[in-house]
Design a protein. Structure first.
Length: 312
C-alpha cells in the first residue's frame, strides 16, 4: 500500500463557511476515465506519487482487486484537534457510490494504524445508506452519530474530507436516521450537522488543521530486524525538522534522532531518519514516534507514533 501522501491545500473549519454556495470547495479534478484524486506530493524516495484513481466502472474485470481509500481520523494534541489521514484498503467497489460508502464504513468502523488518531464518531455508528447525484453524496448515518456532536465541527469535517476523497464527489449532505432537521432522541440534529442542517450541502472547510506529520514507515507492528529502525514520511513543520524517538514498553526513550527537511522546499516535503538501539533479549513491542516541537520553547506541539516489534 502506498504512503499516505494526499494533502490538499488547508481548508477551514468555520462550519458556516462549509455550505456549498459556489464560492469554494474541493479542487476541481480532471474529467476522464482516470480522475485526479488529490494534489500530488512526493514520496520519501523522491518519486512522484500517482494520486490518480480509476473510476470503478472503468476497471477491467481482471483488475477487480482491493482498492485504496483515504480516510480522515481525528487526532487531539492537548486541546488542539487535527484531521489525520490514513490510506486504507477496501474490497473492490463496482460504483462510485459504493466506493464512497466503503470509505465511510472504514472511517466509522476501522482501527487507526497509528497511536493517537481516533474515529470521529462514537462506537456503534453505522452507515445506513449513501446516494450520489450530480457530484453530491447524501450520507445517512445511524442515530449513534449524534453522540459525536463536538461543537467545533471536526467530526463532521472528517466525514466530509473522507467522502470527497472520491474524485467524483464534490459536496456532501449528511443525514441522521434519514433526517437532517428537527430532534432525534431528544437531541437537535443541528448540534451535529451545524450549517449542514436542513439538507444543506457541505464542502471541505478551508481552515481545518491537517496533521503536520504523516508517518508512512515503519508500518504498525512491523518487525524491526537488527538494531536500526528507519522512519519515513511527509511533513510540513515550522522548524524544517522532524524529531524522532524510540520508546520501550515502559515509555522510556531509548533512542532519539531527527530528520531534516529541505530548506528550499515550501510546504510538504519528504523526511527520512534512523534510530539506532540495543535490541532487547526478548521480542517486545516498542514505539517509534515522530514529532514537531515549538520554535519558541521546544515543547512538543504534535506527534504521531506507531508500535513496532523489536528484539530476538
Amino acid at each position: 500500500m502506498t504512503a499516505a501522501a494526499t494533502l490538499a491545500a488547508a481548508l477551514g473549519l468555520v462550519v458556516s463557511a462549509c455550505v456549498a454556495d459556489g464560492r469554494g470547495g474541493a479542487p476541481e479534478r480532471a474529467g476522464s476515465t482516470r480522475q485526479v484524486a488529490t494534489l500530488g506530493l512526493t514520496r520519501p524516495d523522491g518519486q512522484a506519487v500517482d494520486r490518480t484513481v480509476a473510476a470503478p466502472d472503468a476497471r477491467s474485470e481482471a483488475a477487480r482487486g482491493p482498492m485504496d481509500v483515504m480516510v480522515y481520523y481525528l487526532r487531539a494534541v492537548g486541546t488542539t484537534r487535527y484531521l489525520a489521514p490514513e490510506e486504507r484498503e477496501v474490497p473492490f467497489a463496482p460504483s462510485v457510490a459504493e466506493l464512497a460508502g466503503s470509505a465511510v464504513t472504514e472511517l466509522l468502523q476501522g482501527t487507526p494504524r497509528h497511536l493517537g488518531p481516533k474515529r470521529p464518531f462514537p462506537s456503534g455508528t453505522r452507515l445506513l445508506g449513501l446516494g450520489l447525484e450530480a457530484g453530491t453524496a447524501t450520507v445517512n448515518l445511524s442515530r449513534e452519530a449524534l453522540r459525536g456532536a463536538d461543537g467545533d465541527g471536526y467530526a463532521l469535517q472528517a466525514l466530509v474530507w473522507t467522502v470527497t476523497e472520491v474524485p467524483q464527489v464534490k459536496r456532501v449532505v449528511v443525514e441522521v436516521d434519514g433526517r437532517s432537521a428537527g430532534d432525534l432522541d431528544g437531541r437537535p440534529l443541528s448540534s451535529l450537522l451545524g450549517a449542514g442542517a436542513g439538507g444543506r450541502e457541505l464542502v471541505r472547510d478551508r481552515a481545518a488543521r491537517l496533521a503536520p506529520i504523516l508517518l508512512a514507515e515503519p508500518l504498525a507492528e512491523a518487525t524491526v530486524e537488527g538494531s536500526r529502525v528507519v522512519a519515513k514520511g511527509q511533513a510540513r513543520v515550522a522548524a524544517s525538522m522532524v524529531g524522532l524517538r524510540l520508546h520501550d514498553p515502559s515509555g522510556q526513550v531509548v533512542s532519539q534522532s531527527y530528520a531534516a527537511l529541505p530548506s528550499n522546499v515550501p510546504g510538504w516535503a519528504a523526511f527520512s531518519g534512523a534510530l539506532t538501539f540495543v535490541p532487547p533479549p526478548t521480542r517486545q513491542l516498542w514505539t517509534v514516534e515522530a514529532f514537531e516541537t515549538s520554535p519558541t520553547d521546544a515543547s512538543v506541539t504534535y506527534s504521531v507514533a506507531v508500535p513496532v516489534w523489536v528484539g530476538r
